[in-house]
Design a protein around this ligand. Structure first.
Ligand code: AMP
Ligand code: MG
Length: 391
């Protein structure tokens, strides 16, 4: 059995070089750039008015003759004499020899001339050509995870395709004779299967699109065959259940038979003690405990950082912060604990119902409080490590 920190350090040392592919920008949200994107244009491409108003060639009086109009999208360049100006609108091309744009609220207009109230300064309200980015400069570097703003930024530069790291194909194997699918009639001795849906949901949240589900009974031969098939066809395999020490837990033996290199098995933690992590050929394999809350906690703490690496990101895991605890807490036993909790403002409350078989508490939690193995008592107001759950 290894400690949480040893397990995390093994995870952090894993290196993985994902494949790349060129895709349409509109399909790239959440994916990671595998190349620097160089700006093909100056942005803005021309001197642009930042406001609705008048573009002027300054002179020493405060009245100007208005000789025309430039709307957003117009391409013509009007030449101004000192004391002349044009009506202009936000986003429109400022005439090359205009000095400034004065906002319409500062102007009184009559027929084809305007009078300005107050002081005007040169170069006001003009976005300079290339002020956001210059042609040939790096717009976004390799390794950037594309967000909606990133998509918008690149689209604004005219980019329509990007090269990204291919996210992993993930196989999810559910083991357990007792499991039946939700939506069917519950029979004596059976329970509804929930881990595959929970894992699919959290994988989808990680932007994984290729998820293949496998279902297997607690039987050695089919367990081994299913694991083999899933390893052959996926980059990451998550196995739910069957990894403990019961007589009908066959996953560990099957993984060994298939020559899976074991990187760790069993962590001194609660929940999730019987977690297995290994590599088979190039496929990463996690065998997660079947208890639903254990399975999800192991996912968040250990699988998520591996998925980030497999997506080409710097592996960060969930956001860790420090909060003040709302009540005393006594930890029993010598294992580290991840406790379902609720953060509000600068405080965190450890919730009732921490059993690894219970999901209600998890369903209303927004954080996990981490209590290291060597701490057994925490007092109200103490600062505790708090891991924020994705909402
Ligand atoms: P195991 O890790 O296979 O020993 O399972 C531990 C506990 O989790 C048992 O009570 C199982 O019935 C339950 N369990 C295992 N797999 C699932 C699943 N996919 N959905 C819901 N409960 C499960
Ligand atoms: Mg089982």
């Amino acid at each position: 059995m290894i400690s949480v920190s040893t397990a995390l350090s093994i995870i952090s040392k894993i290196s993985y070089l994902p494949n790349t592919k060129t895709i349409l920008l509109k399909e790239a949200n959440g994916l990671v750039l595998s190349e620097d994107i160089v700006s093909p244009i100056n942005m803005p491409p021309f001197r642009q008015s930042a406001m609705d108003g008048y573009a002027l060639l300054l002179h020493d009086k405060n009245s100007y003759q208005i000789i025309g109009e430039v709307k957003a999208g117009d391409s013509d360049d009007l030449t101004l004499e000192p004391g002349q100006g044009v009506r202009i609108f936000t986003g429109a091309r400022v005439p090359d020899n205009a000095d400034t744009v004065v906002i319409q609220e500062k102007v009184s207009r009559s027929e084809d001339s305007i009078t300005i109230d107050g002081q005007i300064n040169k170069s006001q309200n003009i976005r300079l050509k290339g002020e956001q980015i210059k042609k040939g400069d790096t717009a976004l570097p390799k390794g950037t995870k594309l967000t909606p703003a990133g998509i918008g930024f690149l689209a604004g530069l005219g980019v329509s395709k990007v090269e990204v790291y291919t996210p992993p194909r993930v196989g999810v194997i559910t083991t357990g004779n007792e499991l039946i699918p939700p939506g069917t009639r519950l029979k004596e001795g059976k329970i509804y299967e929930s881990n595959s849906l929970q894992l699919a949901a959290v994988l989808t949240q990680c932007n994984i699109k290729k998820i293949t589900q496998y279902v297997v009974q607690d039987e050695y031969k089919s367990t081994k065959e299913t694991i083999k098939q899933s390893i052959d066809n996926n980059d990451l395999v998550l196995i739910s259940g069957g990894i403990s020490v019961g007589d009908y837990d066959f996953v560990k033996e099957a993984l060994a038979e298939l020559h899976t290199e074991e990187l760790f098995y069993k962590i001194k933690q609660k929940p999730g003690k019987p977690l297995f992590f290994g590599i088979n050929d190039k496929t990463m394999v996690f065998a997660l405990p079947g208890n639903p809350a254990s399975s999800l906690t192991c996912f968040y703490i250990y699988v998520l950082p591996i998925i980030e690496k497999m997506k080409g990101m710097k592996s960060m895991g969930l956001t860790r912060t420090a909060k003040s605890i709302t009540a005393d807490f006594i930890k029993k036993g010598d294992r580290a604990q991840f406790l379902k909790a609720k953060v509000s403002g600068e405080t965190v409350e450890i919730l009732e119902g921490q059993s690894s078989a219970m999901l209600y508490t998890y369903a209303i939690a927004n954080a996990l409080v981490y209590i290291p193995e060597n701490i057994d008592r925490i007092e109200k107001g103490d600062i505790v490590a708090t891991i924020l759950l994705p909402q």
